[in-house]
Design a protein around this ligand. Structure first.
Ligand code: URA
Length: 253
């Protein structure tokens, strides 16, 4: 992470945003830095929004969000059954965010996202991409475990989604990978199947979003791991991060 971005990379990033119908480039997109002037463009009010925020400030904002708004939340019926709120974890100024569906049993027990079997697969994917788990940020659409791992219900998503949106606003990632149907359909406000969404960039509040399969699905359908791998490589490319050497590729288990 944090590699210099060439002029060709920048041109690709601008072309990509144009293709998405955006006339401005979000902070951090495609490796944008203050040094290369990308976030100095735009009008005054946008400049304030895009001003460089340090990792320490972002960490403080996330902590404040947790302490003042999320800790002890009773905004939906899941609060009664949880052991822990799973806030999410990782680098507060990560360029890449992974967003899953909801905590499972192990996540509820530990208060951390993706720490069960599906989490192990996600961690392997991140590492095979040449990244470390603590360099990205991992969160979920909802922060409390639905009983028996059922799908989150509409009222639960509406109560919890504003917290995730605030996290994204603080972190300002350059890209989001939406893991699975619930995450992709919720963030993109669509009912299109994940098998059709995956592999193509969309945009969530101006941030490039790549839908892909959920790690739990990949545990049941290992043959599709290569598709998720390809989706993730597209994201690395967008961010201007060098793809790992071929011998390290496609080993996501
Ligand atoms: N599945 C998810 O969607 N999120 C987790 O944190 C764990 C499993």
């Amino acid at each position: 992470m944090g590699e210099p971005v060439s002029r060709t990379d920048l041109r690709h990033v601008f072309e990509f945003y144009k293709a998405l119908g955006l006339d401005e480039v979000p902070l951090n997109a495609g490796g944008a830095t203050e040094e290369n002037g990308m976030n100095k463009k735009g009008k005054k009010d946008k400049q304030d929004k895009n001003k460089k925020v340090s990792a320490a400030e972002k960490a403080a904002s996330l902590e404040k969000l947790f302490k003042e708004e999320i800790d002890g939340c009773t905004g939906c019926k899941l609060s009664g059954g949880r052991a822990n709120i799973v806030f999410g974890e990782g680098d507060p100024s990560a360029r890449l965010m992974f967003i899953g569906e909801a905590p499972g049993a192990e996540e509820d027990k530990q208060g951390r996202p993706f720490v069960g079997r599906a989490g192990q697969l996600l961690t392997n994917l991140i590492e095979k991409l040449g990244l470390k788990r603590d360099e990205v940020f991992i969160a979920n659409i909802i922060k409390c475990r639905p009983e028996a791992n059922r799908d989150p219900e509409e009222d639960e998503v509406s109560a919890c989604l504003p917290y995730l949106k605030k996290q994204i606003e603080i972190i300002q990632p350059g890209a989001i990978i939406a893991l699975g149907r619930v995450s992709a359909q919720t963030l993109l406000q669509t009912m299109v199947q994940i098998s059709k969404l995956r592999g193509n960039f969309s945009s969530f509040e101006g941030i490039p979003l790549m839908p892909t399969f959920h790690p739990s699905y990949l545990l049941r359908n290992p043959k599709d791991k290569k598709l998720t791998w390809e989706d993730a490589l597209q994201v690395l490319d967008l961010l201007g991060i060098k793809a790992p050497a071929p011998q390290a590729q496609d080993k996501t288990q």
